[in-house]
Design a protein around this ligand. Structure first.
Ligand SMILES: [Zn+2]
Length: 139
């Protein structure tokens, strides 16, 4: 399985879940890692596409729009959740980006706290960190 990915990241098998996204170079704390690319869709379309899906590659921009990384994504759609993340998501002018929360070394899996995702609030977290809250969503 070969996945298109953006400069500085690679997609590979993850210990956490399926495929993950790994640093191919060092990212300094506070630096931008990548943009979450994909097809821009309405929230209604996101809801329709996600019905019955176990793996979710859609990320919300706001109450009206979302990006479906499974269509035209750059590898960042494989970034897994962790309750102890090393990067964070931020939205800037309707686009989604990842920023390093600390220095990230080459080979480290890039992990974000999904907080509020399209996953069911009942979906269990398997990140394995000591401070795992037990579920993916923080609600
Ligand atoms: Zn966890």
């Amino acid at each position: 399985m070969k996945e298109e990915s953006t400069a500085g990241i690679v997609v590979a098998k993850s210990q956490i879940d399926g495929h993950g996204c790994f640093a191919a170079k060092r990212f300094r704390q506070g630096s931008r890692i990548a943009e979450y690319l994909g097809e821009r869709i309405s929230q209604e379309e996101a809801t329709r596409r996600l019905r019955g899906q176990r793996r979710i590659h859609v990320c919300a921009i706001d109450d009206s729009w979302a990006i479906d990384g499974s269509r035209g994504g750059n590898g960042t759609q494989f970034i897994n959740h962790s309750c102890r993340p090393n990067c964070t998501i931020y939205i800037y002018r309707g686009r989604i980006f990842f920023r390093a929360l600390r220095d990230i070394e080459p080979g480290e899996e890039i992990l974000v706290d999904y907080e509020i995702s399209y996953h069911s609030n009942a979906k269990l977290c398997r990140c394995g960190t000591p401070d795992c809250r037990g579920r993916i969503n923080s609600l």
